[in-house]
Design a protein around this ligand. Structure first.
Ligand SMILES: Cc1cc2nc3c(=O)[nH]c(=O)nc-3n(C[C@H](O)[C@H](O)[C@H](O)COP(=O)(O)OP(=O)(O)OC[C@H]3O[C@@H](n4cnc5c(N)ncnc54)[C@H](O)[C@@H]3O)c2cc1C
Ligand code: HEM
Length: 393
């Protein structure tokens, strides 16, 4: 527990930190990564370049400082971050490196004096312990369940399939032939890869667009222009090759037993991967209520998994499917043209019990969330995943 004086001192520095903005965390990462180059094997450098990770850390630090008297208020954020940390294999020892660099940054940018630095050191210690304890629980849970493991495990690519002009899927079976941890629909794994010439190892998350059967995983990877890992996986990883995965993690998942009414699964582009797992799970569990599959993609060539969704649809009369082609030539039959517009299907959202799960680019989700709210959907029923550093949408 923090003493009142420490709490007051930390709170009194919030305005200066907010005024400095994410420059604080940008400086922090530059400082930490230059003095600890081995951490370039851990962080996604593209998230440093586009500033999304410094912004995510800045938001988290500000949220903690603002709720320092009652850290339970930030429990949801702690869970999301801890799940990602575990997927990346963060260790308790690394918290000292982060703490040292956070304090060094505050000192260098704000020069607030000894009393403030000591208060922040204590406050950071409390936050670090919250993460370390939660991460220890997740590591233990992962290793104690059937098929679980800690760190990375070798998987063999048993099938590689071009699913659309941009998306390649990989079916991955454990080399040791033993069962694999059953994931929750919506969760992701991290893949750890390195290539000659990179000078570092890279870690990326991929959602699992399949049903957990304890035997294999599947990932579907969109080739990103100028990306590091996705073009490498498309071009260099072939059937028979071995890759290294951490165990499934993530706080964006569907608890089918908790659902009591209609479900909307909303996605754009490769964002369909976590919601496809949800659709397949609802199908496997013979879910009885209406399900609405709403997907937006640029064109037919870029449209992956259409046949799989149609197959499920043919067996589930309560499943509706609506597809938008945002850049299609002409007007393909049965397809909406242009961007997703939920006004075209507003009847789906009339039931106040409807629960929505969505994934896609930030701007897509901001727009869709606004549409959902204007259609009267309960904000607590809107769940989303971001394929990058987290941000409130
Ligand atoms: C929870 C979660 C689940 C995910 N699930 C999936 C999934 O199911 N399928 C999927 O395909 N992806 C998924 N992702 C995204 C995935 O983890 C990677 O971020 C994605 O594949 C891009 O990685 P990359 O290494 O190819 O690109 P990065 O190297 O990370 O680069 C990303 C982007 O940054 C820009 N960039 C990078 N370097 C430069 C440069 N030098 N100049 C200009 N621009 C540059 C480019 O626009 C590039 O496209 C998920 C992410 C998360 C967090
Ligand atoms: C109290 C201390 C910490 C806080 C508040 C914090 C906060 C965060 C936040 C907000 C994210 C983004 C989560 C998301 O996108 O969902 C994140 C991701 C991450 N954190 Fe931490 N973190 C802390 C400690 C650490 C430590 C000790 C390490 C290890 C060096 C670490 C490594 C990472 C990595 C590698 C990512 C993923 C970044 C990426 O995608 O590039 N963090 N953290």
């Amino acid at each position: 527990m923090l003493d009142q004086k420490t709490i007051d001192v930390v709170k009194s520095t919030i305005p200066a930190i907010v005024q400095a903005g994410p420059e604080v965390t940008k400086h922090f990462y530059k400082r930490m990564l230059s003095s600890n180059p081995a951490l370039q094997n851990v962080f996604n450098m593209a998230h440093q370049r586009d500033n999304t990770q410094p912004k995510a850390l800045f938001d988290a630090v500000c949220a903690y400082a603002a709720n320092i008297e009652n850290p339970a208020q930030i429990q949801e954020a702690v869970e999301r971050i801890a799940q990602k940390h575990v997927s990346i294999g963060i260790t308790p020892e690394q918290y000292s490196i982060v703490g040292e660099n956070l304090l060094g940054t505050i000192d260098e940018l704000l020069a607030p004096g000894k009393e403030v630095l000591e208060a922040w050191a204590k406050a950071y210690g409390v936050l670090a312990d919250i993460f370390i304890n939660r991460e220890a629980e997740i590591y233990t849970a992962e290793t104690s369940q059937a098929g679980g493991w800690k760190g990375t495990r070798e998987f063999r690519v048993v099938k590689k399939t071009q699913e659309s002009s941009l998306i390649m899927s990989f079916v991955l079976e454990p080399v040791d032939g033993k069962p694999v941890l059953k994931f929750k629909p919506g969760q992701y794994i991290s893949i750890y890869v390195s290539d000659q010439g990179w000078g570092h190892r890279a870690i990326r998350q991929y959602s699992l667009p399949c049903v957990a059967d304890g035997k294999y995983y599947r990932i579907a990877v969109k080739q990103e222009d100028k990306g590091e890992v996705s073009p490498f996986l498309h071009a260099n990883i072939q059937e028979g090759d071995i890759v290294h995965l951490s165990a499934p993690a993530g706080d964006f998942f569907m608890d089918v037993a908790a659902l009591k009414g209609p479900v909307a699964l909303i996605s754009a582009g490769v964002g369909q991967t976590p919601v496809l797992s949800m659709l397949k799970t609802l199908h496997a569990q013979s879910y009885k209520h209406p399900i609405h599959w709403l997907h937006c993609v640029r064109s037919q060539e870029a449209h992956a998994f259409d046949a799989e969704v149609k197959e499920i649809s043919s067996q589930m009369p309560q499943l509706t499917t609506d597809i938008w082609y945002s850049r299609a030539e002409g007007h393909p039959q049965g397809i909406h043209s242009g961007r997703m517009d939920l006004d075209q299907v507003k009847a789906y959202f009339a039931n106040p019990d409807i629960v929505c799960f969505m994934c896609g680019p930030r701007e897509f989700m901001r727009t869709v969330k606004k549409q959902l709210l204007s259609l009267g959907v309960n904000p607590e029923h809107i769940h989303y995943e971001l394929f990058g550093s987290f941000e409130d949408i």
